[in-house]
Design a protein around this ligand. Structure first.
Ligand SMILES: [Zn+2]
Length: 306
């Protein structure tokens, strides 16, 4: 099981885990890593091992009593009151995005004691994603006084539409996962946008009800192929470099997307020594140490630069 380290063994197979995940035993607080590269797209990191651990059987017994809309008001194995959102019963978790043969996959790793990565991080085999723990809903034969009660790794693999896939082939063998970074670079000749929200869905068409065909992430830069405005959003048509062309929305007056000003402007002094601020310059020289210079030549003059 190279993806999770050789010290882990399967405790619950995909079939036994209601075709959603596999569980792996391992040492409590041991490092959790993957084998390959991926991008961190979501994390939960607010629960404490043991203190916030919920016994699965207690949960089943009290599920109706504990339920409060989308939340559960649980009593942990140490008697603490812990409020869990129904999506966060895995406790502290990390969602990763990666690619196998150009197909997007999502990994979910839950019950972590601590999360040691941030959203947007590109991680590799050397990155410690987190420490194995027992946050969230777990089951164990150990006494509840044992600090390692129910400590394990829950590992899900999802396709790009978040359907469950058997994680076995991703957790064993020599598969190397590769995140393909978005590769658009700043291009001064094209209108470009920079994503400043953590994550924005890519839509097939320029409506919010249109199919979600992927995501763009903070810091990525895209060339604008077309721009459509409606009452609420500006839609940018982009090529995502993942074989998809789609639309990303920027809420008007919101801070989701920044339109890059690729024209270069500098302050100059004219012939009469008047300073002119922020003038658009076409022929400029960039000096790594001092920034930008504009050099204007009179007719017939030439310069040599070395
Ligand atoms: Zn599990």
């Amino acid at each position: 099981m190279k993806i999770l380290g050789s010290r882990r063994g399967i405790t619950q197979s995909f079939e036994n885990h209601q075709y959603e995940a596999e569980d792996y035993a391992g040492e409590h607080l041991s490092d959790v890593k993957i084998f390959g590269t991926a991008k961190v797209i979501s994390i939960v990191d607010k629960y404490k091992s043991h203190e916030h651990t919920i016994n699965y059987n207690d949960f089943l017994k009290n599920v109706n009593k504990w339920r409060d809309g989308n939340y559960y008001n649980c009593i942990s194995i140490t008697g603490n009151k812990v409020r869990y959102h129904h999506n966060e019963l895995g406790g502290n978790e990390v969602w990763l995005e990666t690619f196998f043969d150009n197909e997007k996959k999502h990994f979910r790793i839950t019950h972590l004691d601590a999360v040691l990565v941030k959203i947007g991080d590109i991680i590799d085999s050397n990155t410690i994603i987190g420490k194995q723990g027992n946050t969230g809903l777990v089951l164990s034969n150990k006494p509840v006084t044992d600090i390692t009660y129910g400590s394990h790794i829950h590992f899900e693999v999802r396709d790009e539409n978040y359907n469950f896939i058997n994680p076995r082939s991703y957790a064993v063998g020599d598969l190397i996962v590769n995140y393909i970074p978005q590769s658009n670079e700043i291009n001064n000749n094209q209108k470009q946008i920079k994503i400043i929200a953590d994550i924005i869905n890519i839509r097939e068409k320029y409506t919010v009800n249109s199919n979600n065909i992927g995501n763009v992430y903070k810091g990525e830069i895209y060339t604008v192929l077309d721009e459509i405005n409606d009452n609420k959003y500006t839609w940018y048509k982009i090529n995502t470099n993942r074989n998809s062309i789609g639309f990303v929305a920027s809420l008007k007056n919101g801070r989701w997307i920044e339109v890059l000003d690729n024209d270069r402007h500098i302050d100059i002094v004219d012939d009469n020594y008047n300073s002119i601020k922020n003038k658009k310059i076409e022929n400029i020289f960039e000096c790594k140490k001092d920034g930008l210079y504009a050099i204007r030549l009179k007719k017939g003059e030439s310069i040599y630069i070395s």
